[in-house]
Design a protein around this ligand. Structure first.
Ligand SMILES: [Zn+2]
Length: 219
């Protein structure tokens, strides 16, 4: 694959993340993603933006309309430019759909004009206790309709080690909330998702590779 073909694939990532890519392109791009770590990384960063756009709450719409995020518009326009004529209508439709989506998100999307950042969401600070030396962490949780998100900020998790996060429910059940790899003294910001609804959650724990709890967040 030459660099032009590769760039064309990359430019489809925005539409792919929003689920707007026609099935044939979707399959082709998926096959490429399987073999291309660069595009997977790019998709991960785009998906992080696409998800809050989909979840944007119309009640939080601000007074001013917003433009689509620059990456999305660029991605779609670039795709339209490089596609044969037949596809242009589809491209325009995608751009229009994106604009409607973003205007629907209103004030939430304004943040994307300067820099990608998550929309305003209700954060609940959590009391966090770390039980390993050198570990400093703080956390907020976000109650979602589909479960609870834990936004963990920390330094001191051993570099290269895999840590598992679980949520303990009020009835004593333990549910998974994802994993991350320690990056030592650098500060990490990690969003962890669980299927436990906020009212049913009592605690979250970060477990080291031996299963020992090294951080406990009390909800
Ligand atoms: Zn690629």
């Amino acid at each position: 694959m030459n660099s032009t073909e590769h760039r064309a694939l990359r430019e489809q990532l925005g539409a792919f993340a929003l689920g707007h890519l026609p099935p044939a392109e979707r399959t082709g791009l998926q096959a490429h993603l399987d073999g291309c770590p660069d595009c997977r990384a790019e998709l991960a960063s785009i998906a992080a933006l696409a998800e809050p756009l989909r979840l944007a709450d119309p009640d939080r719409v601000g007074a001013e309309p917003a433009a689509p995020p620059a990456w999305l518009e660029q991605s779609i326009l670039a795709a339209v430019r490089t596609e044969p004529r037949r596809r242009r209508t589809v491209g325009r439709r995608m751009l229009a759909a994106a604009a409607v989506l973003v205007i629907g998100a209103g004030g939430v999307a304004l943040g994307y004009e300067s820099a990608p950042r998550p929309p305003h969401i209700p954060l609940e600070p959590v009391a966090v206790a770390a039980s390993a030396p050198g570990l400093r962490s703080s956390a907020d949780v976000v109650p979602h309709t589909w479960g609870m998100e834990i936004k963990l900020t920390a330094t001191g998790f051993t570099t290269g080690r895999t840590y598992r996060v679980v949520v303990v429910t009020t009835d004593g059940r333990t549910a998974p909330a994802g994993e991350f790899i320690g990056i030592g003294e650098r500060e990490m910001h990690c969003n962890l998702n669980s299927s436990v609804l906020r009212p049913d959650a009592r605690q979250f724990r970060v477990l080291d590779p031996s299963g020992r709890s090294v951080v406990t967040g009390t909800l």
